[in-house]
Write a protein that binds this ligand. Structure first.
Ligand code: DX5
Ligand code: ZN
Length: 218
């Protein structure tokens, strides 16, 4: 079974000191750095793109876990690969050629992820299970940090876990992950927890460390 990994989302970090934030959260025990890319089209918010990711790359050796909330994604995959993303996750809803997007990420030499909005059924993954390294279950509607975990997603995580079977696919959950919800999320079968506001509401590296430790122990 895959280890529990904590992936702080820097969407909730101080954007004026992003490099230091990435450094701090790495020192605090982050396994992956979760990078939320938003285009103001697929989701109703705009965040940052490949140039910002490239600028952050020297601040940590932690895995860059890139969550693309953009449509179309295909024209930009190479730029995100070159910017230093280790893992690239696309939304199944972001285009009509999901398999092609996954193949492109694979050919770029990066780990391949697919994510589903809360209303999108898991069945869309049935024919790509052998082409992916990660499934990301959105437990809020993407676009903003600080939202509440949607309770119906607990069953979805459980069903995703059984769909994965014994394949070495990471099961990641994003949205409303906190020390209150982490236990239920891990019990449902997830091994990667994304957390934005829960971690970055802390005001010191020690506070980040405490929250990351609590999430991991849940
Ligand atoms: C939402 C993003 C999330 C978000 C999570 O669109 O994909 O990664 O930053 O934020 P919290 O942990 O505050 O719900
Ligand atoms: Zn995300």
């Amino acid at each position: 079974t895959l280890p529990i990994r904590i992936a702080p989302s820097i969407l909730a970090a101080d954007f004026a000191r992003l490099g230091q934030e990435v450094k701090d959260v790495t020192e605090a025990g982050a396994d992956w750095i979760h990078l939320d890319v938003m285009d103001g089209h697929f989701v109703p918010n705009i965040s940052f793109g490949p140039d910002v990711i490239k600028a952050l790359r020297p601040y940590t050796t932690a895995t860059f876990d890139c969550h693309l909330m953009i449509s179309p994604a295909d024209p930009y995959l190479e730029a995100f690969a070159k910017a230093g993303c280790d893992r690239i996750t696309v939304h199944a809803e972001a285009g009509v050629h999901l398999h092609r997007s996954l193949q492109t990420i694979r050919h770029l030499g990066k780990k391949v992820g697919v994510t589903l909005n809360p209303a999108t059924p898991l069945s869309i993954l049935e024919n790509v299970l052998d082409d992916i390294d990660l499934i990301l279950i959105m437990s809020v509607n993407p676009g903003f940090g600080g939202q509440k975990f949607i309770p119906a997603m607990a069953d979805k995580i459980r069903n995703a876990k059984s769909l994965i079977g014994d394949r070495p696919i990471e099961l990641e959950v994003d949205g409303g992950v906190s020390t209150d919800t982490a236990e239920l999320i891990i019990a449902a079968g997830a091994n990667v927890l994304v957390a934005g506001s829960a971690i970055f509401k802390g005001e010191s590296v020690d506070a980040y460390k405490q929250t990351i430790g609590d999430l991991r122990a849940a």
